[in-house]
Write a protein of this length. Structure first.
Lengths: 667, 369
């Protein structure tokens, strides 16, 4: 049966097969050796990468405190649920699973989908913020295995003073994708990490941010933590101490009430900015999480510009407060302060007439009386005599037209015009009429409130005071700065200071409302009322329309600069009320109260309730009219177009219940 | 029966006990790997697998006592019973809807496609046993042989179970090759296969296609479908020469390696035991295969020879495909590593296979003595 030839053939082929198997075995052994010996290190690295995650420990942001160590910006624990779109497998299922654990309203869901669509997928999206502790632990337990969803505990920024410091401190927000692409710092895509977006938070971000720590952890394929392998602690950001006085800032903001304006108080000796209020403002606590679109639109549409830091970025004609500069320039040019000028209420140059604010004129005016009376004619004449370049030089000496070294982004430098400037800017030569405008702080000249405060501090102290916001005072080892003298003769300064004292305290001054109620503290100041519209000849003939009768946008700006105590100047202040009508009547009392607060806080606080009640009443009135207007608007819009005529609602006469019934027609 | 009355002590002594020892060494190592895969625990895998192995080893020894002539007589009944069972699976699947591989026969679930890997070898070995020399390649002889392969392979493909179908075809073709079918025919068949590749491609299921595509470029989707191969290569490569040590595998214990106790058990092993562990498995299996081929060459009938090498080739197919898969040389097909991977069906098949080969060795030892 067994054929030897067949057996031989079989053996040959069996050996062939065996050789094939051996070859395969050798191939497998070779591959195994290749993987484990030659590529071993690479794969070991990959296994490590799989297993070990470097988890960032975000640093806590440094606090911002005021000069007395009271917090202006601090950190609060915050629990939130985050979603990483790149790791989410099925978004719909994920959202349904989340909704089973925490409440998620439809708007939130729209926003999440919107964010996922508009952001690069590595940027985490906040599902919900401010989770309560039970919610947070529920998320941790029930959503732990959901890919791409994580419950995060972090710290959110909290501003105890809210909008009162919003413009100065700014706010924080999530970094933009561009910022991450630029720096490739993993911290910037850490869920919930915030960087400074405005104000000091933005300018000093580097110091406040700190350095991230890292935890090396071993994780499973599902991201569950197995153990910690080691941590390097985070280094929290530095605490930043400001020169601001939180109580004063708060008081000033309340005193401003519903006005749109800015108040700055500066220390004449050290340049410390004691308060820097710009109102109205936004709530940085809301801005640091997420600004609702409706709120954002309302803020942008508001004509009181709550998004603008008026203290540093708002530009206003200084008006009569600039007469301090013109006076000092005239004295420097050798004008005799006792020289009398006749003011008839108007000053003619060529075919044009420049008017004084007093229609009938001030009569005989010398320099001692010109400041308290704020006589425009006197300054027209003096300005014309000394020329624009002398005025501009003095303005710059007093700190106008420049930016200061402050941690405030986007300072506006304003304009101090001179002949060269006009040539450069417009390519035209300077005209003499423009000098007259400049002499009373109108025309091209434009300043920000901070510059006016510095100007006043310089006049009050005679030194080249520079403002500062970050306190590195004696407690930090450095002495308060000693500023060099301005080089203006003390006699000139004394004359101007006396003029400013008379503005407030002499019976004929423009700002008797600023007179101090505190015994021994005399306030000196200068009013300013900056025109924002042009008054035509025709209107002047008819009689200038009273400011109160004009729409808000066309009213004059009210300004007041002051220092106190007059005998030994300690604090200088500048107050600007946008469209505040008149400096002496409206801005001066605010300066008086704020300066009073520096000496007798109780007395200043006593003035608040009446003012706040007034403001609340006005606010209520405004909301009522706005609500009525919006109802009317809605009714118009809802009506079909062919029905859009102004229909008054029908009025029914209701007869007295006791009245005799009129005889009715028989039916 | 006659064996019980016969000299069974003598026959037991004639068993290749060296090979039994090799197999125990392999399976024991497999138990160690499963123990580690469970995170250092006998449950849920190592203990059950150990008991199963002990039982099946006993069964294999009993099978080895059956004279090979019995298998010659039972070859057709076994083959056609399995074919009928495959058809039954297909019908039950059609009735119930969805793919089905098991047949529930009351006490256990029975997977006929697994045993068909052996049945096809028996049937073809018997078929060619009676074909005289020189007639092997004649169309009227070759065609029925091809039909014998195609019927079960086609039914298994319908399940669909590509790995098992390939194993059946491979076993059948190896028997044809050893029976003496002309070599050029295999060349021609290979060429025809290459030409048919596009057609076969269109017949594959979506997930099967993906597996092939991912095999060709596993890095294209390291988090998704290429994940298996990528993680398996990382596990093997990171083991290095001596491995990370028993119970110290990170890829397996932290769940990065999928199917760590079944199809990718080799990777689990190689991560902890390194190149040395891998070579241990390869060399031991090499010894078993070499012994199988030697046994075939010493066997005294064509049926025994063909059956023996066919079975050895089937075992080789398991080993080669599984190891190539975990090392990234072949696409992911669900074929376990015999004696190492967790799973009853594969172990059952392999232990029967080894029992049959040992039976041939025993029978011929008697002749050689």
């Amino acid at each position: 049966m067994d054929d030897p030839a067949r057996r031989l053939g079989f053996s040959r082929r069996a050996l062939l097969l065996g050789a094939g198997m051996a070859g395969t075995g050798a191939l497998l052994a070779g591959r195994l050796a290749w993987l484990s010996l030659f590529e071993g290190e690479r794969y070991q690295l990959k296994a490590q990468e799989n297993r070990i995650q470097n988890r960032l420990i975000p640093p806590r942001r440094g606090w911002i405190v005021d000069r007395n160590g009271k917090p202006l910006a601090m950190n609060r624990p915050d629990y939130r649920l985050e979603l990483r779109p790149a790791e989410v497998v099925d978004l719909d299922a994920t959202l349904i699973a989340i909704r089973a654990v925490i409440d998620l309203d439809i708007n939130n869901e729209y926003r999440i989908r919107d964010d996922i669509g508009s952001q690069p997928s590595f940027m985490p999206v906040v599902v919900r913020q401010n989770l309560t502790w039970p919610e947070f632990s529920a998320c941790n337990v029930r959503l732990a295995t959901l890919p791409g969803v994580s419950a995060v505990q972090s710290f959110s920024r909290y501003y105890p003073e809210g909008d009162r410091l919003a413009h100065l401190i700014g706010y924080v927000g999530a970094p933009t994708p561009e910022q991450y692409r630029e720096s490739r710092d993993a911290l910037l895509i850490y869920p919930g990490f915030r960087i400074g977006k405005d104000g000091i938070e933005r300018h000093e971000d580097k110091h406040l941010r700190g350095t991230a720590g890292a935890a090396r952890v071993e994780v499973t394929a599902r991201g569950e933590l197995v153990r910690e392998l080691g941590t390097s602690a985070d280094d929290p950001g530095d605490t930043l101490k400001l020169t601001i006085d939180r109580e004063l800032q708060s008081y000033t903001a309340r005193r401003l009430a519903d006005n749109s304006g800015s108040v700055i108080v500066i220390d004449c000796q050290t340049g410390d900015l004691r308060c820097m209020v710009s109102m109205p403002a936004y709530d940085p606590n809301i801005f640091s999480t997420r600004v609702p679109a409706a709120l954002w639109q309302a803020l942008q549409a508001d004509d009181h510009t709550p998004l603008l830091n008026k203290s540093a970025m708002g530009l206003y004609p200084p008006g009569s407060t600039f007469k301090l500069v013109t006076t000092l320039a005239a004295l420097a040019a050798g004008v005799d302060p006792d020289e009398m000028i006749g003011c008839s209420g108007a000053y003619r140059l060529g075919t044009n007439t420049w008017h004084c604010h007093a229609r009938r004129g001030h009569g005989g005016v010398n320099m001692h009386r010109a400041l308290p009376l704020s006589c425009d004619t006197y300054f027209y004449i003096m300005g014309r005599r000394i020329g624009i370049d002398a005025i501009a030089a003095m303005a710059r000496r007093l700190g106008l037209g420049q930016e200061y070294e402050l941690p405030v982004p986007g300072q506006a430098s304003g304009i101090v015009p001179d002949k060269a400037w006009k040539q450069r800017r417009y390519g035209k030569s300077w005209r003499e009429g423009e000098t007259l405008n400049a002499a009373i702080g109108q025309g091209y000249i434009i300043t920000n409130p901070l510059q006016l405060a510095v100007m006043t501090a310089r006049v009050a102290s005679g030194r080249a005071v520079m403002p500062r916001l970050i306190a590195d005072g004696p407690q930090n080892g450095a002495l308060p700065p000693e500023f060099p003298s301005l080089g203006i003769p003390e006699a000139h300064l004394a004359l101007v200071r006396q003029g400013m004292i008379d503005v407030v305290n002499a019976g004929y001054g423009t700002a008797p409302a600023a007179r101090s109620a505190v015994p021994d503290v005399v306030i000196a100041g200068k009013t300013g009322t900056a025109q924002v519209r042009r008054i035509s000849m025709a209107e002047r003939r008819r009689g200038v329309i009273r400011n109160e009768a004009l729409p808000w946008k066309q009213r004059d700006h009210a300004l007041f600069v002051a220092f106190a105590p007059a005998s030994a100047p300690r604090y200088a202040a500048s107050v600007i009320l946008e469209h505040g009508i008149a400096g002496g009547r409206y801005a001066a009392p605010i300066a008086r109260d704020v300066l009073t607060y520096m000496f007798e806080p109780q007395r200043a606080l006593a003035a608040l309730p009446a003012i706040e009640a007034d403001a609340a009443r006005r606010r209520a009135e405004r909301t009522a009219t706005e609500a009525a207007a919006s109802i009317a608007r809605d009714r118009q819009q809802m009506m079909p177009s062919w029905l859009k005529i102004d229909l008054a609602p029908p009025e029914y006469e209701i007869a007295d219940a006791d009245a005799p019934q009129p005889p009715r027609e028989p039916e | 029966m006659d064996l019980l009355n016969g000299p069974w002590r003598r026959e037991l002594a004639r068993l290749p006990w060296g090979i039994v020892l090799l197999v125990v060494a392999l399976a024991g190592f497999g138990l160690v790997v499963l123990y580690s895969a469970a995170g250092g625990s006998l449950n849920p895998w190592a203990l059950k697998q150990g008991i199963r192995f002990a039982v099946l080893l006993g069964a294999a020894v009993v099978l080895a006592m059956v004279p090979p002539e019995r298998w010659l007589a039972w070859a057709w009944p076994i083959y056609f019973t399995l074919l009928a069972a495959l058809l039954g699976v297909e019908l039950v699947g059609a009735v119930r809807g969805g793919s089905q591989r098991w047949l529930d026969i009351g006490i256990m679930q029975f997977q006929p496609s697994e045993l068909m890997k052996l049945g096809i070898i028996l049937a073809l070995a018997r078929y060619y046993h009676y074909v005289p020399k020189g007639y092997e390649t004649r169309p009227d002889v070759l065609l029925p042989a091809l039909v014998l392969i195609a019927m079960p392979a086609g039914l298994v493909m319908l399940q669909p179970d590509l790995g098992t179908a390939l194993a059946i075809v491979f076993g059948g073709v190896v028997v044809l090759f050893l029976a003496g079918v002309r070599l050029w025919l295999f060349g021609a068949a290979a060429a025809a296969m290459a030409a048919m590749l596009p057609v076969a491609w269109s017949l594959l299921h979506e997930y099967q296609r993906n597996r092939v595509l991912i095999f060709l470029d596993p890095e294209s989707d390291p988090r998704g479908a290429g994940y298996h191969i990528t993680q398996s290569k990382i596990a093997i490569g990171s083991g290095g020469l001596t491995g990370k040590g028993f119970l110290n595998g990170t890829q397996s214990h932290l769940d990065y390696l999928p199917e760590l106790h079944t199809d990718f058990a080799f990777a689990t092993m190689a991560e902890e035991w390194g190149l040395l562990g891998g070579m241990y498995v390869i060399i031991l299996y090499g010894c078993v295969l070499a012994w199988g081929i030697r046994t075939a060459m010493n066997a005294n009938s064509q049926f025994q020879r063909l059956m023996c090498v066919g079975l050895v080739a089937t075992l080789f197919f398991y080993l080669a495909i599984n190891m190539m898969m975990v090392m990234g040389l072949a696409p992911v097909v669900g074929i376990p590593l015999p004696l190492i991977s967790w799973g009853g069906s594969a172990m059952l098949t392999v232990m029967i296979l080894l029992g049959l080969v040992m039976g041939i060795a025993r029978a011929n030892r008697a002749r050689l003595d």
